[in-house]
Design a protein around this ligand. Sequence first.
Ligand code: SF4
Length: 242
Amino acid sequence: MEKVSVIIDGRAFEAVKDQCVLEVAHENGVYIPSLCYNSEVASSGGSCRVCLVEAHQGGRMRLVTACNYPVRKGLEVKTDTPLVHRIRRGVLELLMARVPDSEVIREMAAAEGLSEVRFRLDEGEDDRFNCIACALCTNVCADVVGVYAIAMVNRGAEKKPATPYYKASDVCIGCGACAYACPTGAIAMEEEDGVRRIWGRDFNMVKCGVCGTPYIPEAQVDWIVKTTGKDRSFFDKCPDHR
Ligand code: SF4
């Protein structure tokens, strides 16, 4: 792996060539806010625009999203300039207009000194819950789980993830990876009496043979057994009791 030196906010750090700026910053304790990026999901990032920073290279400055901008020799990044904060406030204000109840976005906005928003989406468009349409959930389902149970539908402010025709998906395995990955907690997932409900479908959970805790949907076990050849008996016990 080729190493390069990158300057972030005046400090030099060593990084792997082509590593994204966001990861290098976070590894070295430099805070850049982000929502739609997940290092486990190759196709994630570049959507929410919260991580915009100044990238200076070859005598030029560009505003780039830190989560998908590669580190190269001679790059200098500035995360804390008046321009970065102004753009970040604008992005957060638009996100707050879209999902005014999202706590994580409110906190990010408050850190930028922003509490009020000048915009509001029309009444009657409130079925977006806390979704910012970043598509991390659909990317996780497709690229990590390999199931393709959900996709982004509609355009503009109405864009959101959904199952085909908004019907309970036959292929969803109830793993919940989409809900765990969602940066704003927008995907409803409930569990009661050994049944998980997500995307309009109920999934019976397998109980641990030792502690009796329901811990994984039967459909997920079926999927793992089918795609990996793992012995079904492996799931007789939860991770804590294997
Ligand atoms: S719960 Fe369903 S939609 Fe969500 S990641 Fe798992 S398979 Fe995909």
